[in-house]
Write a protein that binds this ligand. Structure first.
Ligand SMILES: Cc1cc2nc3c(=O)[nH]c(=O)nc-3n(C[C@H](O)[C@H](O)[C@H](O)COP(=O)(O)OP(=O)(O)OC[C@H]3O[C@@H](n4cnc5c(N)ncnc54)[C@H](O)[C@@H]3O)c2cc1C
Length: 593
């Protein structure tokens, strides 16, 4: 086995974006920030070279290990020698800067590596991903120079494996409810007590990023760097899970653990910000993994559909099977286009990307669910048998909408954090309207871009915002659809804010619809941008990517029609009443007897 050697120049920073505004949030204002969408970003030369070597090494190492992965899945373990090989391959140093012994890959290149490992086995990606995406990401993002120098070299070689310790039995989605306590001692150190639950790499990690309440239950959250070897740190047994069974998930307990002041990560009391910063930054890794899984399943399904004959013909000739192959391809392309667009935002130094990152996590994880389900369906009864890997893909994929923020919580986040900005502009609009009539020059001066356009629209002076990027003619009618639904989404967003005001935070059905509109708009625009760049660079693929863009956009339009209309015409009251009744009865109360 060979070690991956970077042997390539230091990465050039990706081209800066023209604007640091959030593309997704701007959609809720009816704006398409085309400068951040077109042209579709290319992977930089340095990453492309490094990726070629890394992908080849991964293929050489993981190819032919399918029987081992199936056995380790049954036995729920990843042998030490295998983890040692991952170290030797350099897979724990992917995103650590070269000066500390890592490969210094960009977010985009890292996501591509996880796509490759996921095409073989999700547990392998989890072991690497929990280390890089969340376990030591906090040290990279928030660590001091001294902390980085102390730990990054060991984390780069895998001498130390990292894990992220946030969840507790009483604090899952509500991460702010953690009870692990960090009491400050007279010498400035802290004493840590508590237990964390379902920690990926919990049993093999040497380095934990731990979140705890500083000074009492009402205290604020602080992040700490904790070594597994310190007195009082222990972990529980490997959990018996539904999927990703070979990856190591355990409890991690802290019993009077003394943590030096030098191991506080970020500022005392600012740990929640650290946790969210890590999770937002790490989400493209999960998206990349999902894309790798989808590509592997498409390859298998194609072979299966061509080999399997029924009614004297390969099942690949039947429309209902072809529909599944085409749909998987559309969803994989869409997820891939969105994931690498967001990775580019992060690599370009864009700061406001958390909504886009949440969108890619929700979309890619659900696309992977559908792909795993349909791929198994194409394999029929064979797919249900353990001899083939389809059932493992279904089990492994099931975690994706649950961890690193459930998809429900992320949908609420997508909607609420974007609506917040619209709400602020509406308030500004209201106060500025009076000033405009009393003092037009001063009044217009205080209006934001949105409020100005909104005012212009209300007074009939506004023109519709058009995407001016010169997209391929076949894609232009599709761009018109996104422009039109961005305006419709802005209208309904404003409508729900006027209707509910601050009460919108309690209206989850409306939030879900707004989030789904934003997901379709953002992912769809990424699809158009990528299809456009492929049409230019690879004319032989033009027909297929145009078809992908058409299928995605028309399916998205049907969903958007439903979601726009659903904000005013829906059965939400009946749904709420029914859920209430069943919850009260505690069961389904009818029978045919
Ligand atoms: C295999 C595995 C590995 C994991 N790895 C790690 C790790 O490495 N580090 C770590 O810290 N954690 C880890 N976790 C924990 C994971 O992040 C949590 O499971 C996740 O955040 C959800 O929390 P919960 O399971 O307690 O679900 P809950 O928060 O109890 O949610 C249950 C359901 O209620 C929904 N829900 C909750 N609140 C709301 C709301 N306000 N509105 C609408 N719906 C709501 C949720 O979406 C979900 O469907 C892991 C979990 C698993 C299963």
């Amino acid at each position: 086995m060979s070690t991956i050697e970077s042997g390539v120049p230091t990465p050039a920073k990706a081209s800066p974006l023209l604007t640091d505004q959030s593309v997704a949030k701007q959609l809720l204002f009816g704006n398409v920030l085309e400068e951040n969408l077109f042209p579709y970003p290319a992977i930089n030369e340095r990453d492309r070279e490094a990726l070629g070597m890394i992908v080849e090494s991964i293929d050489r190492f993981l190819e032919g290990k399918q029987a081992d992965f199936a056995r380790w899945d049954r036995e729920a373990r990843q042998p030490d020698e295998f983890v040692q090989s991952l170290r030797e391959l350099g897979l724990f140093g992917l995103i650590i800067p070269e000066e500390f012994g890592g490969l210094g890959l960009s977010n985009a290149a890292y996501a591509r590596v996880l796509a490759q490992t996921s095409s073989y086995d999700s547990s392998v990606s989890l072991t690497i991903g929990a280390h890089s995406s969340i376990g030591m990401k906090g040290l990279l993002l928030f660590g001091t120079a001294e902390q980085r120098a102390r730990y990054l070299p060991k984390l780069a070689t895998g001498e130390m494996i990292a894990a992220f310790c946030l969840t507790e039995s009483g604090a899952g989605s509500d991460a702010a409810a953690i009870r692990t306590a960090a009491k400050r001692n007279a010498d400035g150190s802290f004493t840590l007590n508590g237990e964390k639950l379902w920690i990926t790499n919990g049993g093999i990690a040497d380095f934990y990023t731990v979140f705890a309440r500083t000074d009492g239950p009402e205290g604020k959250v602080t992040a700490f760097l904790v070594e597994a070897a310190w007195p009082g740190v222990s972990h529980g047994a490997h959990e018996d899970k539904m999927g990703i069974r070979a990856s190591c998930t355990t409890t991690v307990a802290f019993n009077d653990v003394r943590v030096p002041a030098a191991n506080v990560l970020g500022e005392v009391g600012k740990g929640f910000k650290v946790a969210m910063g890590i999770l937002n930054n790490g989400r493209t890794g999960l998206g990349g993994g999902a894309v790798g899984g989808m590509k592997a399943l498409i390859r298998r399904s194609v072979a299966q559909a061509q080999e399997r004959k029924q009614f004297d013909r390969p099942i690949a000739e039947y429309g209902l099977v072809r529909e599944k192959i085409a749909q998987m391809t559309v969803e994989c392309f869409a997820a891939e286009s969105a994931v690498w667009m967001v990775a580019h935002y992060i690599d370009s130094g864009c700061e406001d990307y958390s909504v886009e990152a949440a969108i890619t996590k929700v979309f890619a994880s659900e696309a992977m669910q559908r792909t795993a389900y349909e791929s198994l369906q194409i394999a029929g009864g064979n797919g249900y048998m353990r001899e083939l890997p389809y059932e493992q893909y279904v089990r492994d994929a099931r975690i994706l909408p649950i961890f690193e923020g459930t998809n429900e919580i992320l949908r609420l986040y997508i909607a609420l954090s974007s609506l917040k900005d619209v709400g602020a502009s509406l308030k500004e609009l209201k106060s500025a309207v009076g000033s405009i009539f009393n003092d037009p020059i001063k009044g217009f001066g205080v209006l934001s871009g949105y409020a100005e356009r909104r005012f212009a629209r209300a007074t009939g002076l506004g023109a519709a915002v058009k995407v001016s990027a010169p997209v391929a003619p076949a894609l232009r009618p599709l761009v018109d659809i996104y422009e039109s639904y961005a305006r419709a989404t802005a209208r309904v967003a404003e409508g729900v804010l006027r209707k509910y005001g601050k009460g919108i935070s309690g209206q989850q059905h409306a939030q879900r619809r707004i989030a789904d509109l934003m997901i379709d708009l953002f992912v769809g625009l990424c699809v158009i941008s990528r299809a456009d760049s492929i049409i230019r660079s690879d004319p032989a693929s033009a027909a297929q990517v145009t078809d992908i863009a058409k299928v995605f956009t028309h399916q998205a339009r049907r969903r958007m029609v439903r979601n726009v209309r659903g904000l005013s015409h829906n059965e939400d009251q009946s749904i709420e009443a029914l859920a209430g009744a069943i919850l009260e009865k505690g069961r389904y109360p009818w029978d045919v007897l």
